[in-house]
Design a protein around this ligand. Structure first.
Ligand SMILES: [Zn+2]
Length: 258
């Protein structure tokens, strides 16, 4: 295969989606259902939950990508972050301990995404501490984007952490199967437009029923399922191609100028 043919076949790869199932660890049966979904979805497990450790083991054994779903302080005082997460009063050392305890509790972690966090992901100091620690542990970060004012992704980039953000939430607790299918179709459309798209779902029974049925049909929609790590790689490549294109344009315009 010539270089050009190889390039063409890379470009011909179908648009990709990645799906994270959040909030695992509390209820065994729903976690088991998530871990047995057809395809390499990512399972995001909350540390120090009743079933977190075996859930991560099960997900890993079934070829799923495991994420540490790290609790972060919400604007909602009814949803406390607990001792295991990152809050406004968490110190520099406390952030390191939260991550260390999380990794100890959840085996096979490839990356981290935030559970809640609408308050703390707006704080550059805490996010920088976390990203320094993720960098040291060679873990990627996914911003769940629980607030439009999140600085987590830019702090990750500053610290050289591989990172991305979710595009859409696929479900809500009250969503019906047909509403979830509509959200999935929105994810598909985004993937076709962007080349790749990242959705977050939860282990609600309606969501599991839809994903069990729809994931095996992705190829019929002209799509493929990738891990979050692979999706980050695709986005890095796309960003690099855009940058190369922009600098090529800049070069040719400077040649054109007298
Ligand atoms: Zn969550």
């Amino acid at each position: 295969m010539t270089g050009l043919t190889a390039l063409n076949s890379v470009q011909a790869a179908p648009p990709a989606i990645a799906i994270i199932i959040d909030d695992l660890g509390y209820r065994y049966a729903e976690g088991q259902r998530a871990a047995t979904l057809p395809g390499r979805v990512a399972c995001a497990v909350i540390p120090n939950t009743p079933h977190g450790t075996p859930m991560a083991e099960m997900a890993h054994a079934r070829g799923k990508e495991v994420l540490l779903h790290l609790p972060m302080q919400s604007l909602d005082p009814e949803r406390p972050v607990g001792n295991e997460g990152i809050a406004l009063n968490t110190t520099r050392v406390g952030v390191t301990e939260a991550l260390r305890n999380g990794i100890r509790s959840i085996p096979h972690v490839a990356g981290v995404n935030n559970h809640m966090g609408s308050l703390i992901t707006r704080h550059p100091g805490h996010m920088t501490w976390l990203m320094k620690d993720l960098q040291q542990n060679n873990l990627f970060f996914v911003d769940s984007v629980t607030t439009a004012s999140s600085v987590a992704l830019s702090m990750a980039r500053e610290q050289g952490v591989r990172a991305t953000q979710r595009d859409i939430f696929i479900d809500s607790e009250e969503a019906t199967e047909s509403q979830i299918i509509q959200r999935l179709e929105t994810l598909y459309a985004l993937a076709r437009r962007q080349g790749q798209a990242l959705g977050i779902a939860h282990p609600y029974p309606a969501t599991m029923t839809v994903l069990e049925r729809e994931l095996p049909r992705l190829a019929q929609h002209g799509l493929r399922l990738v891990t979050v790590q692979e999706l980050i790689g695709l986005r890095e490549n796309a960003a690099k191609e855009n940058a190369d294109l922009a600098s090529a344009k800049l070069d040719s315009s400077s040649f054109a100028a007298p």
